[in-house]
Design a protein. Structure first.
Length: 282
């Protein structure tokens, strides 16, 4: 398969878990009706972005992976013949919690999961209260649409993860986010294209949109959407999504471009891992 139709979601918090889940089921049906073969949801898709506060009540959103949500969307994936990247709040055991994305193949089979490695702890992004750092490496999943990997939100600021995914064979890397305006805006524009160029693959980045005032009132931040897909040449595929409106974006990516760009630049031939020891020094 050379050309793959990719879908991304961006939406605000509906106010309850079930309606948020049902909304993403509807997004998936819309995407499949438009011919999409793979869809990625925004970070922690079925809840609010609870990193705004430090409140143990939000531990209730955690569940096993695989578990109820993966099973529900596995059935939908099999029905529609679509690959799903499913960001879930994972409970490995009581008190052991991760920011996770499950990957479900187009036949409904659960392929595995990625756990977010880099956990921020900043005003209104108090994630160390909720998550342990990921410990499963950077897996690449063999799916019906090709080899895909996942980086979650804050992970995108660290080039080592992007490179590891490339070395593991990724052709498309999905990057679900909950990213708010401020100093991050310029990074949002630059980091994904830079990662795509440096590593010779497609990056598909989705972000929440709107302020979750129905959960946090005046404390809410306004997520800026702007989801997009970028190719290994650094060019955005189609348009960047709205910065204010919820919706679904669907884009076609040609995986033959991965080979074309890598053979042009030969970054993998010329890299010098023997010289990079300081990168992993404590």
């Amino acid at each position: 398969m050379s050309v793959v139709r990719v879908a991304l979601t961006q939406t605000g918090w509906t106010g309850d878990r079930e309606s948020m889940t049902a909304l993403h089921e509807d997004f998936t049906r819309q995407a499949a009706a438009q011919g999409a073969q793979v869809i990625c949801f925004q970070e922690l898709f079925y809840g609010p972005y609870f990193g705004i506060t430090q409140d143990p009540a939000y531990y209730e959103y955690a569940e096993s992976v695989p578990g109820p949500t993966t099973e529900r969307f596995a059935a939908l994936a099999a029905e529609l013949g679509i690959v799903i990247v499913l960001p879930v709040y994972e409970e490995d055991q009581p008190g052991v919690l991760y920011n996770t994305a499950a990957v479900i193949d187009a036949d409904g089979s659960y392929l595995g999961k990625y756990r977010k490695h880099h956990i921020p702890h900043l005003p209104k992004f108090w994630e160390k209260f909720y998550f342990r750092p990921g410990n499963l490496g950077w897996p690449v999943f063999e799916t019906a649409v090709g080899k895909i990997g996942v980086n979650i939100c804050y992970d995108r600021h660290f080039p080592e993860g992007w490179r590891t995914l490339a070395l593991n064979g990724a052709e498309i890397v999905f990057n679900p986010n909950a990213t708010a305006p401020g100093i991050s805006n310029k990074l949002w524009e630059i980091e994904q294209p830079a990662a795509a160029i440096a590593n010779g693959y497609f990056v598909a980045a989705c972000n929440r949109v709107g302020a979750e005032t129905n959960e946090y009132g005046d404390e809410a931040v306004a997520f800026y959407g702007s989801s997009y897909v970028v190719g290994p040449d650094g060019n955005v595929v189609g348009d960047v999504a709205s910065s204010t409106e919820a919706g679904l974006i669907v884009r076609d990516v040609d995986l033959d471009q991965v080979r074309e760009v890598r053979e042009r630049w030969q970054f993998f031939r010329d890299r010098r891992p023997d010289a990079y020891a300081p990168i992993v020094a404590p």
